[in-house]
Design a protein around this ligand. Sequence first.
Ligand code: 13P
Length: 254
Amino acid sequence: MRRHLMAGNWKLYNVTAEECEREAKGIAEAAKDAVCEVVLCPPFPFLSIVKKAIEGTNVKLGAQGVFWEERGGFTSQVSPLSLKDLGCEYVIIGHSETRGRFGVGSVKEELLFYFSESDETVNLKVLSALKAGLKPIICVGETISERKAGKQDEIVSYQVERALANVGDIEGIVIAYEPVWAIGTGEFCDPDEANRIIRLIRNKVRELFGDKAEEMRILYGGSVDPGNIKSFMEKEEIDGALVGRASAKAESFG
Ligand code: 13P
């Protein structure tokens, strides 16, 4: 039986120590009787503050990204060893926003390559997170043009296969299906379609890792909010959600 997981990707929604502490405490309070696992992924500078705010509660800590090297001359990057040391259990890898594939946004198209994480770097990060004892939450999903071209199944399968290359044991790994066009747009994926893609992801993982695929949690992400969460959680294949905007405030995430 897979335990549901509700992961909050705070992105850049809570950006001061005061906001992070307040919302983390509020969410921990709201989650005190939660049957699902709850994880918060604040911006890097506030990992310690959130860690302290959730101490002794059933909320866990995650990071929004990681570099694949542990140490060296890599200005601005964050080592998996640092995340482990700060008390992170999870780390988001391959989010469309770090792959340079934005659903909406004010960043100019021609600047997006600065974010361009590739399938290869996603895989390196997955391997290094696992080595450090972190649980990767691997994001996959198609853009609107890929969906319009009917390529979503192919794209998602390919991203899953590449992200998991050279992985020996998938225990602890979580995958999140996040169609790029549904992120931050308010235009969420039809729950039946999300369920279908998640089944396809599980079939791909089964092809690669056999029955272990049954234990892997696969989440949906993209404009999840208090009004639509139930329709996703009712679906057989959906094991939880990776929530962006609605996870930043205790009022909505709670
Ligand atoms: P929104 O819930 O804001 O659409 O973001 C989803 C997401 O990208 C979570 O990682």
